[in-house]
Write a protein that binds this ligand. Structure first.
Ligand code: GLN
Length: 553
């Protein structure tokens, strides 16, 4: 990485707010993360905060098809998938302070008011709400000791629920002149019947920002093709932004190509100039070689992901499995393989079990990711049985480990009603059961943020495949579950060839199971996908991909 630019004595905190224009889902998170990566490559210390304007305190209680993946930080916050993008691009662990929701902001304000924290004065929408938001942004900057804090406001400008966040931005800008920038990540459509890129929706988005008292310093133009010179000029003139601050950011094959694309467009140089940091050349070697490696990975590897959180109306979304997808990619590229991911709806297997074998036969490896509840479970069990019996590489993630143990209990030990008490509390073989500390929480309907969350240590058994892959005795991985493998059945399961190769230090909780006499059958109670990074694939994923590649040969 580049030389450090930070002047230790004056440690100035600067902030870049990133707002969305025209529509959501155009890659604002990736643009934010990429800009952060470029600033970090210049030796600046960077952190990123995601603002989600909804009233839920966190997304932990939301349905995955509604919200997409719940990312978990090492300190156990259930949060938005953009935090995952920030961690992957910045290669930094983030924490609780990196996420703000309206639910959290209002909860804090109301609790403070109830305990006389406002000293009896009237608590107002403005300035009290923006002040709470600003306090949180500053706390995140302090926690990371950051030169630059990127603050991404979810959704788009003009949405009612974003107003107080824009107001926070305005107040912060007033308080710290020269230290707060605003970037608009906007979408420029090329309507099929017109055949021309249209800038007008972006102009309206800028008007919206203007009416909130804000002028963008930078407009990042998301579009299918790069914005051309005449349209750059048009946006520049109509939106009051210098032409060099209108940044092209067209669709690219991989999100990991975005940093170098923004670098070529001069986005980070403009930011450095505006924030008056000393100009240095970015060390972009890592990113360049990653893009190169992705392009060179041509031999395909077919990985099936058997899940259920896919459908919203007529559309199929794989958002709920974002980190799983990224983790597969990281390991594939490491092995110079092109990932070909086959999304398999476990409910289809359930309805039509005859489909299981022909579908799975064509794959090189199978993953059963995390999940909740009974829908689709039968289909997952069928896929696991296939992987076990046909020596197909298998990786189970959380529910995928619980399901693997249930499958073995049913089909190898012959306990036909073996189950998790999450699905059948009356089962005579509760192979998976509720953790002790969870019992009371469930009775009290205390669901928010109460699972076993975040980093916990896992001791790896000598001589096991897991130990070989991690090449360590003890590792920390991230969790999000209420149920666990019931220790009562450990011996029986071991008699079938199961090895509990990762355990909690007190030897109570099973963290990893693997199978003897199988080329690769590994499952973890934690979520290894959450710690996989483009430059540092997670060892369990890497082992799985290597086994899949070997099988293909
Ligand atoms: N439903 C399971 C539990 O709560 C697994 C959770 C998950 O896969 N994240 O333990």
């Amino acid at each position: 990485m580049g030389k450090t630019l930070r002047n230790k004595k004056s440690r100035r905190r600067t902030t870049i707010f990133i707002a969305g224009g025209v529509m959501s889902g155009v890659g604002k998170g990736v643009a934010t993360a990429s800009l952060g990566a470029l600033l970090k490559a210049r030796g600046l210390r960077v952190t990123a905060v995601k603002i989600d304007p909804y009233l839920n305190v966190d997304p932990g209680t939301m349905n995955p098809t509604e919200h997409g993946e719940v990312f978990v930080t090492k300190d156990g916050l259930e949060t938005d998938q953009d935090l995952g993008n920030y961690e992957r691009f910045l290669d930094e662990d983030l924490g609780r302070e990196n996420s703000i929701t309206s639910g959290l902001v209002f909860q804090t304000i109301i609790n403070r008011e109830r305990s006389m924290g406002y000293g009896g004065k009237t608590v107002e929408w403005v300035p009290d709400v923006p002040l709470e938001i600003i306090g949180r942004i500053k706390a995140a900057a302090e926690a990371a000791d950051a030169d630059v804090t990127l603050v991404e406001i979810g959704g788009t400008v003009g949405e009612y629920q974003n107003l107080l966040y824009l107001e926070a931005c305005r107040m912060m800008r007033l308080e710290h002149p020269g230290d707060v920038l605003v970037a608009l990540v906007s979408y420029l459509p090329v309507p099929g019947n017109v055949g021309e890129m249209k800038t007008k929706p972006t102009q309206y988005a800028v008007r919206s920002l203007n009416s909130a008292g804000l002028q963008p310093d930078l407009i990042i133009c998301r579009s299918s093709v790069p914005i051309d010179a005449p349209r750059k000029r048009k946006l520049s003139v109509s939106c009051n932004v210098a032409p060099e601050d209108v940044i092209a950011c067209p669709d690219v094959e991989s999100i990991y190509a975005v940093p170098m694309m923004l670098e070529q467009e001069g986005a980070a140089n403009e930011v450095v100039k505006k924030l008056k940091f000393k100009k240095t050349k970015a060390d972009g070697e890592q990113w360049r070689s990653l893009v190169h490696r992705i392009k060179a990975s041509t031999k395909p590897l077919k990985i099936g992901v058997v899940g259920k959180y896919f459908s919203t109306g007529d559309f199929t979304l794989t958002d709920a499995y974002l980190s799983v997808l990224e983790a597969i990619k990281h390991s594939c590229w490491h092995e110079h393989r092109r990932p070909e991911i086959v999304w398999l709806n476990s409910e289809d297997f359930e309805k039509n079990p005859a489909k299981v074998a022909p579908t799975l036969k064509a794959l090189d490896g199978i993953i059963v990711p995390g999940g909740f509840g009974s829908r689709g479970v039968q289909g997952k069990l069928l896929a696991i049985k296939y992987a076990r019996e046909h020596k197909m590489p298998y990786l189970g993630l959380c529910y995928g480990m619980q399901m693997a143990l249930i499958e073995i209990a049913r089909d190898v030990l012959g306990w036909k009603d073996a189950n998790t008490t999450e699905i059948n509390p009356e089962t005579s073989h509760p192979v998976i059961h509720l953790m002790d500390e969870q019992q009371k929480k469930m009775e009290d309907r205390n669901y928010g943020g109460t699972m076993r969350l975040g980093d916990y240590p896992c001791v790896l058994k000598r001589g096991s495949k897991a130990r070989e892959l991690y090449d360590a005795e003890i590792v920390q991985e991230r969790h999000r579950h209420r149920y666990e493998a019931n220790p009562q059945y450990r011996k029986d399961l071991e008699s079938t060839g199961v090895v509990f190769s990762g355990m909690s230090p007190d030897d109570k909780l099973a963290e990893i199971m693997e199978l003897k006499n199988h080329p690769f059958f590994m499952a973890s109670q934690f979520h290894p996908e959450l710690t996989s990074r483009p430059f540092r694939p997670n060892p369990l994923f890497l082992g799985f991909i290597k086994a899949a590649a070997k099988r293909k040969k």
